[in-house]
Write a protein that binds this ligand. Structure first.
Ligand SMILES: *[C@@H]1O[C@H](CO)[C@@H](O)[C@H](O)[C@H]1NC(C)=O
Ligand SMILES: *[C@@H]1O[C@H](CO)[C@@H](O)[C@H](O)[C@H]1NC(C)=O
Ligand SMILES: *[C@@H]1O[C@H](CO)[C@@H](O)[C@H](O)[C@H]1NC(C)=O
Length: 378
């Protein structure tokens, strides 16, 4: 399967290249005569004007120049981009082309139809530096060093073979951090929303803004999931999102004037045992906050499929971004976590990513097993 898929691609590529050479050879030899024998379309990659949307494009061959320009126009419209001046647009177009090349190269290397595919998502005109500086704010130094005694040895005898907390009413709709690196707040609140819904049968959107404003160390530039859980425990809960909405920046703390959402308190939280089994047992009980290394363009431009983080460092302390695992499943014998991000629905699969699980890597893909936290509520 694997081999024939790859070699088919390669064969097609050779045929296309050969056709292209032939096309130019014919054109050179007979510049004026027999125009109508040139039936090979010059724009075979992505037919110009034939697509009206970016989503679903395979993007495993580099489109020709006209098509790239049109892709940029369609993408801009679809993503509501308005640039302040032609210089900014030119700069953004350049970044877009760089990203497109990366997408095409990466997609051409996929080894199975379920491997992660990259695409022109909402971050297609962001450079990797912009993306890193905005979102990769989780600072492992700022995270309290966790005492091994605090590690929760979650055991379970028979976890379900697949699980999706979204269909069990324990996951709120995907949120959007905007231009603020508060992933730590979103990953904490997502896990709290989950356990509160499981314990009370009431799914309520809770407030990242309260954490951002009131947790003293956390900001749009750095933060710690561990500290955020401690803050919520000591605060005996957290406000609802409706009462304390998100403003995209750290503001004055208003916890004395805004009430906690009913039953939003937790008793404690633990670091989940750092293993495949530990994380599986933890997710079988509730949505779990995790941190991963996410600085690569393959994360920024992720579209769908099983992300394997081949270029992630092996160092378990090198994690840069937090998210929430909301379930797990398998496709064609590939096991994956279902992970909720907080960068809007214009990234990944409507804001979600599949990350490979059940690997032999000590801390899992991009160290996803290394800093998993579960809030505990009676
Ligand atoms: C769910 O919780 C919210 C926030 O505490 C509350 O306003 C709402 O009435 C609750 N809904 C139900 C059905 O209990
Ligand atoms: C994390 O890993 C990346 C990629 O391997 C490397 O460039 C970076 O220096 C590492 N950061 C730390 C703090 O180790
Ligand atoms: C992990 O993979 C192995 C081999 O493919 C499989 O037998 C096992 O059931 C998987 N474990 C989990 C927890 O999915």
């Amino acid at each position: 399967m694997k081999i024939s898929y790859t070699s088919n691609r390669f064969l097609m590529f050779i045929i296309f290249t050969a056709c292209l050479c032939l096309y130019f050879a014919i054109q050179k030899k007979n510049p004026d005569e027999n125009e109508d024998i040139l039936i090979i379309p010059s724009k075979f990659e992505i037919p110009t004007s034939k697509y009206t949307t970016i989503s679903g494009l395979k993007l495993d061959k580099l489109p020709n120049q006209d098509d790239v320009i049109e892709l940029f126009q369609v993408w801009k419209k679809e993503n509501g981009r308005v640039y302040s001046d032609p210089e900014e647009m030119a700069r953004k177009f350049e970044t877009f082309v760089t990203n497109l090349k990366y997408i095409v190269e990466s997609n051409a290397k996929r080894d199975s139809p379920h491997s992660a595919r990259l695409g022109l998502n909402n971050f297609a005109d962001w450079s990797s530096t912009e993306y890193r500086e905005t979102y990769m704010t989780l600072n492992i130094d700022a995270m309290d060093i966790v005492n091994e005694d605090d590690v929760e040895d979650v055991t379970c005898s028979d976890p379900p073979s697949t699980l999706d907390w979204r269909s069990r009413g324990a996951v709120t709709p995907v949120k959007n951090q905007g231009l603020c690196g508060a992933c730590w707040a979103f990953a904490t609140v997502g896990a709290i929303e989950g356990i509160v819904a499981i314990k009370t049968n009431n799914l309520t959107r809770l407030s990242e803004q309260e954490l951002l404003d009131c947790e003293p160390v956390g900001s749009c530039l750095q933060g710690s999931v561990n500290r955020a859980f401690i803050w919520i425990k000591e605060n005996k809960g957290i406000a609802s999102e409706d009462d304390y909405p998100y403003t995209f920046k750290k503001d004055v703390c208003r916890k004395t004037t805004i009430q906690n959402s009913a039953n939003s308190g937790i008793d404690s939280h633990h670091l989940v045992e750092r293993s495949e089994r530990g994380l599986l047992c933890a997710v079988a009980k509730q949505p779990i906050s995790v941190s991963i290394y996410a600085e690569s363009p393959s994360y920024q431009l992720y579209e769908d499929g099983v992300f394997k983080g081949e270029d992630c460092p092996l160092d378990s302390k090198n994690v840069t971004h937090s998210m929430v695992i909301v379930g797990y499943n398998s496709v064609n014998n590939e096991d994956y976590w279902i992970v909720k991000n907080s960068q809007g629905t214009g990234w990944g699969m409507e804001g979600y990513m599949w990350i490979k699980r059940n690997t032999t890597k000590m801390y899992g893909v991009c160290a996803i097993n290394a800093y998993a936290f579960n809030p505990v509520k009676q």
